[in-house]
Design a protein around this ligand. Structure first.
Ligand code: SDX
Length: 393
């Protein structure tokens, strides 16, 4: 502390704002969106209904939801000139880098988004367009990675089904998407939809606090989510489990590595800044893992390794002392893989789920007219000194 300034690295004990959107209780493992328990929403709601709830604060009536769905379906296409951006990426470039760039580029096509003081209608149109176009952008990134032709949105399909059809559909034939895959996807996206002031949401808020447009703010949030300590962990978990499998499945050895302070290896998918008990989302996803793999008749050896690791870690003093439990990323990748997604698309799927939460938090920050984010520091550099000409250095 120096004068009135207290430095709190990683903001571990700093509240950045007041928010009415999501409630977390880290000790009790409680997560609620606008007061509704995540367990009930994951069981009974749909992703678009949860998106409406987060952004507008209430569960919609059936008429309101239908109107919302119709507004979204009017904007699912992206400007054809955006294809030039897709064509510009090297074929193996990471989907998260592409997503951040493509979302940021939307303001070039939709100038109403650039108005720093938009009317409510203008702000709403910008929100609707982003929600509507994200599934198209995400599925086209995937199709481009395969060198396949893109599939256009079908407005008679619901939001999640439409996304899956654009992702796994074929231009030569209609495909049937298994109902259990659609419902598993709803559940996964709902569970990722918001999580109060996490790293990427705080990024969206601080970028938006300078009156930057929504697309630029969300593009920044996507970049923050990419990090393997945050949303990128779901990809890192599968890579870790694959390494353990290829190393003979010796989870005890890898648990020891995770505890070794001289070894940079961490157990990916474990630990959380807020949950010092279980992550309620991980519990639901673990159960869904068994159901989806069973329904699809898939036996994925990394699921057994994941369960072994969890069991061993929950009995290990190092993990117990530090209250390290599986988090949302520990099991989600196993389901994504079972649904047919490649590993490097997992964090993009996290972003697709988190989008309504980012939008809701950005909207709340603007509605509350919060000041521009500008923290202070404690200076530890040189005291004053005079310039030395080059020929005297
Ligand atoms: C998400 O914030 C959110 O809400 C995020 C999220 C959301 O929905 O937005 O929930 C999504 O990002 C989930 C987290 C995904 N990340 C990972 O799974 C990566 C592995 N986890 C860790 O890197 C870590 O647990 C964090 C980043 C999640 C939390 O880090 P903190 O709160 O800064 O805790 P820390 O790094 O200070 O760790 C405390 C102690 C340390 O040991 P000591 O110095 O006290 O001896 O626990 C150890 C750490 O070394 N530790 C781990 C560990 N996580 C923490 N040791 C081994 N393996 C791990 N995974």
């Amino acid at each position: 502390v120096s004068g009135a300034i207290t430095v709190d690295p990683g903001y571990k004990n700093t509240g950045a704002t007041k928010s009415a959107i999501t409630f977390l209780d880290g000790e009790k493992g409680v997560l609620r969106y606008r007061g509704y328990p995540i367990e009930q929403l994951a069981e009974h709601s749909t992703f678009l209904e949860v998106a409406y709830l987060l952004i507008y604060g209430e569960l919609p009536s059936s008429d309101t939801l239908l109107d919302f769905r119709k507004k979204i379906s009017r904007h699912t296409l992206i400007h054809e000139d955006m294809k030039k951006f897709f064509d510009g990426f090297p074929s193996k470039s990471h989907p998260m880098g592409q997503l951040s760039c493509l979302v940021g580029a939307l303001s070039a096509f939709y100038p109403e988004s650039l108005n720093p003081n938009p009317s409510e209608e203008e702000e709403n149109l910008t929100i609707i367009k982003l929600l509507a176009k994200m599934p198209t952008i995400v599925s086209w990134i995937y199709k481009k990675s395969l060198g396949h032709p893109v599939i256009y949105p079908r407005n008679e399909l619901n939001y999640v089904h439409n996304f899956l059809n654009m992702t796994f559909g074929q231009i030569t034939e209609d495909i049937v998407i298994d109902k259990s895959v659609v419902s598993a996807m709803h559940k996964l996206l709902i569970l990722h939809a918001d999580h109060e002031q996490n790293c990427s949401t705080s990024t969206v808020r601080i970028v938006g606090s300078s009156n930057a447009n929504l697309y630029a703010s969300i593009s920044a949030g996507i970049s923050a989510l990419w990090g393997p300590l945050h949303g990128g962990a779901n990809q890192a978990v599968i890579e870790m489990l694959e390494n353990i499998k290829n190393d003979g499945g010796n989870s005890a050895k890898w648990l020891a590595k995770a505890k070794d302070k001289n070894d940079p290896f961490r157990l990916m998918g474990f630990g959380h800044r807020v949950y010092k008990n279980f992550d309620p989302r991980a519990k639901i996803i673990k159960k869904a893992c068994d159901e989806v793999l069973d329904k699809l008749g898939i036996n994925d050896p990394v699921l057994d390794i994941a369960k072994e690791l969890e069991e061993a870690a929950l009995k290990d003093q190092y993990f117990v002392d530090r209250k390290l439990y599986p988090n949302v990323d520990f099991y989600s990748g196993i389901i994504y893989r079972a649904l047919g997604f490649p590993t490097d698309m997992f964090t993009v799927l996290f972003a697709l789920g988190r989008l309504p939460g980012w939008i809701a938090q950005w909207k709340e920050m603007k509605a509350n007219k919060e000041p521009i984010g500008r923290p202070r520091q404690i200076y530890t550099g040189s005291t004053i000194r005079d310039y030395v000409p080059l020929d005297q250095r």
